[in-house]
Design a protein around this ligand. Structure first.
Ligand code: GDD
Length: 372
């Protein structure tokens, strides 16, 4: 039988006869060069070419190599989950068979896992990452999928990456029912984790064979997103829920700011006798202040004491103030542009401006002011 390994490298395969031997060699040499006691687990969905035969032959040469051939419910994500179940280690690495993901980066992922990180993601969209040789259609699809994923996981730049590592405990006991290609979204949405780190890499489109991404896989993905969103509402103690909670609180604070603004405007104009434009400026500043403190002490209050924001409170206020002022300018710009250039009724233009500014304010503050 197999001994326990430090790391299991899971490679899902379907018709990869042109790549699989080279890939196994490459992973094995990376593991041994870096003295990682790792196993390679191929999870195949009844490839019709020679993939299975090639792996079986290589198993005679490498005793850390195994293959599982699945006969039902075929699919990339389902295969990866099967790999999690069958792995003989406490840390898993998932990588494509076609060299889209560079196997020489595996030790970097494993280093992070050893440091205690729960999930390590190879990102194409973080600084230093990239994509080579993708047609425009594929790039647009990918940006759409990533954008949708980032609604659920705003702190992660590439939540649909197929190149990632994780500790076994993240998925043990998790109810994973992935469809399509986006296994990582399922792990992030339903796994138990506290820390995630992204490692930049350049995705290189396969030179041999072809992608198995089909229209069905794309529609499956949209279903999966709504499934994870629903799930997160039921199991509130997870990251997706935390992000929705923050968005809801931020919205509530924004509405309270409107009341503070109107109240102050009335007070300063009617009781103190200031000119209404001056009162309005004072009222805007008071509502910015009240919004900041409510968000700082409530919306973005740190639940985990081990975490810290990158900026102190004074800098957070400065950043919030600047983002709010730019927001005001955007609001007026949208109002003017839509009304004067497109002839839209000014109250409707204003409403569109408010919605745009709400998302501007939320995303900028989430990623800049209250950045962890
Ligand atoms: N077992 C199994 N079953 N493996 C599969 C299946 C399947 O139904 N479909 C594809 N694979 C394997 C391929 O053999 C390859 O090793 C890997 O999964 C990726 O397949 P591709 O079809 O080449 O994927 P891609 O390049 O279009 O998509 C990649 O990038 C996406 C991000 O844009 C993958 O890494 C995805 O996981 C990733 O989300």
């Amino acid at each position: 039988m197999y001994s326990n390994y430090e790391l299991t490298v899971i490679i899902p395969t379907f018709n990869e006869e042109v790549n699989i031997a080279r890939m196994i060699e490459a992973v094995n040499s990376t593991l041994s060069l870096n003295k990682i006691h790792g196993e390679i687990l191929i999870v195949d969905d009844e490839s019709r070419d020679k993939t299975i035969k090639i792996v079986e032959e290589l198993m005679l040469k490498y005793n850390n190599l195994r293959i599982i051939v699945r006969h039902t419910d075929h699919g990339l994500s389902q295969s990866v989950v099967e790999g999690f179940r069958q792995a003989n280690s406490n840390a898993f690495m998932v990588i494509d068979a076609d060299f889209s993901h560079p196997p020489e980066l595996i030790p970097l992922f494993y280093e992070e896992i050893k440091k205690g990180t729960d999930i390590v993601i190879g990102s194409r969209y973080t600084r230093g990452g990239g994509i080579k040789q993708w047609p425009l259609k594929r790039r647009i699809l990918s940006l759409g999928a990533t954008g949708l994923g980032r609604i659920l996981f705003p702190e992660i730049t590439d939540p649909v990456s197929g190149f990632f590592a994780l500790k076994k405990k993240v998925v043990s006991g998790a109810q994973l029912h992935p469809r399509g290609y986006k296994i990582l979204m399922e792990v992030l949405g339903k796994g138990k984790w506290n820390s995630v780190v992204e490692i930049p890499f350049t995705f290189t489109d396969r030179e041999n064979g072809e992608s198995k991404l089909t229209f069905c896989i794309i529609t499956d993905y949209v279903k999966q997103i709504s499934n994870i969103a629903k799930y997160s509402l039921v199991f509130r103690n997870n990251h997706v829920w935390n992000e929705w909670e923050k968005l809801g609180k931020f919205c509530f604070v924004g509405l309270s700011g409107v009341l503070v603004n109107v109240g102050s405007l009335y007070l300063f104009t009617e009781y103190i006798g200031l000119y209404y434009i001056i009162s309005s400026l004072v009222a805007i500043e008071i509502s910015i202040l009240s919004n900041f403190f409510l968000n700082d002490y409530w919306t973005f209050k740190l639940k985990d004491k081990a975490n810290k924001y990158t900026q102190n409170r004074f800098k957070r206020f400065f950043s919030f103030q600047c983002i709010s002022i730019v927001g005001l300018i955007i609001n007026i710009g949208v109002l003017y542009f839509l009304t004067d250039f497109f002839g839209i009724y000014y109250l409707v233009s204003n409403l569109i401006g408010i919605v745009i500014v709400f998302f501007w304010n939320y995303l900028m503050n989430r990623h800049v002011t209250w950045k962890l």
